[in-house]
Write a protein that binds this ligand. Structure first.
Ligand code: GTR
Length: 331
């Protein structure tokens, strides 16, 4: 916010406060909200938030708008979460992966093979469980975040410089995982060596062979140029992790209710807009993977990988047993 705006806001709220119209006067202030994403402009999550910003501007005659900082300009997801928690950033689009270390219940979505497929995951986040999980994020005193909506991130697949068809193929390979012990345990159980590392360090780590590979969805593999440093993309589909768009709770609590409601309404629309963009982007990414000469390995022994992660289920499954039962029942 510019100094002039701060002064103007101070004057306006002082004057309005005297007559008891503080919220209304505050609602008149122009607010450019910062949003951040690790992905570049045009990526489905980024595009959905950019479009949401345009709608917001239109609905408020330019009073509320969103300024997007894409491509890790404000750091990796860990940094984005911290910035949103203190109110330096308004919106952060992040994966549920790292948030599971703050809101434990959310880790149920981080369990390997917990969803039958992506359609199953969508039904779960669109339904009652999705609503409950959002409420858990919003009410947890440690998050300091408001979860506005879900977004799609497809399935995660292993990429390295050899084909991965069965757990034995991963032997001796260091595979980067997101920062959450469940993921490291998952990769170790799948046969490789899981290495927790920030997304912002990954490209260099692959290039310098600090790690032998990583795992992610097709659009990320292309958008982050990982296809330049890993020549085999193997469809292990071991994790289907939804993403979230969060808002700084610190700022949220200072906003007029009408603004909160408008932002929430447009974020819900963004969830479904992103989903459409996502499906198109996956198809495009698969074409690009093939055009880049990457070997797309589809004959993966998924049953063997499912069996391999039993130790992860033995370690964490009991904790989430009730939720898992409910997730399984969603059809
Ligand atoms: C991507 C996801 C990012 C981040 C990244 C990672 O699929 O969109 O939010 O979680 O994976 O692996 O760190």
């Amino acid at each position: 916010m510019k100094r002039r705006d701060v002064i103007r806001m101070g004057v306006a709220s002082a004057a309005a406060g005297a007559v008891g119209f503080g919220a209304r006067a505050f609602a008149q202030q122009k607010l450019v909200m910062k949003a951040s994403d690790v992905h570049p402009l045009g990526y489905p999550t980024v595009e959905a938030v950019v479009r949401m910003g345009k709608k917001l501007e239109q609905a408020t005659q330019g009073r509320l708008s969103i300024q997007m900082f894409p491509s890790m300009q404000l750091g990796g997801e860990k940094e984005m979460i911290e910035q949103a928690q203190v109110g330096a950033l308004h919106y952060a689009r992040i994966s549920v992966g790292p948030v599971g270390t703050i809101v434990d219940e959310l880790n149920v979505f981080n369990m390997p093979f917990v969803f039958r497929d992506e359609a199953h995951m969508r039904k779960v986040i669109d339904g009652e469980i999705g609503k409950e999980m959002r409420a858990k994020i919003n009410s947890n005193p440690r998050t300091n975040l408001i979860c506005l909506c879900w977004m799609d991130a497809g399935s995660r697949n292993v990429y390295t410089n050899k084909a991965i068809r069965k757990p034995e193929d991963l032997k001796g390979l260091k595979i980067r995982m997101m920062g959450n012990p469940i993921f490291v345990d998952t990769m170790n159980a799948m046969g490789g060596n899981g290495i927790a590392m920030g997304f912002d360090q990954l490209y260099n780590a692959m290039q310098t062979k600090v790690v032998d590979g990583a795992e992610n969805n097709e659009p990320t593999f292309i958008a982050q140029n990982h296809f330049q440093v890993a020549k085999f993309f193997s469809m292990t589909q071991h994790l289907i992790i939804p993403e979230i768009l969060v808002f700084s709770r610190k700022v949220w609590e200072t906003m007029p209710k009408a603004d909160q409601e408008l932002i929430q309404k447009l974020a819900t629309e963004a969830q479904f807009e992103q989903r459409k963009l996502w499906d198109e982007r996956v198809k495009e990414a698969v074409d690009k993977i093939k055009a880049a000469g990457i070997t797309l390995v589809t004959d993966v022994d998924k049953k063997a990988f499912q069996a391999s992660v039993k130790p992860v289920w033995d370690k964490y499954g009991a904790k989430y047993a009730d939720l898992i039962k409910r997730i399984n029942a969603v059809s």
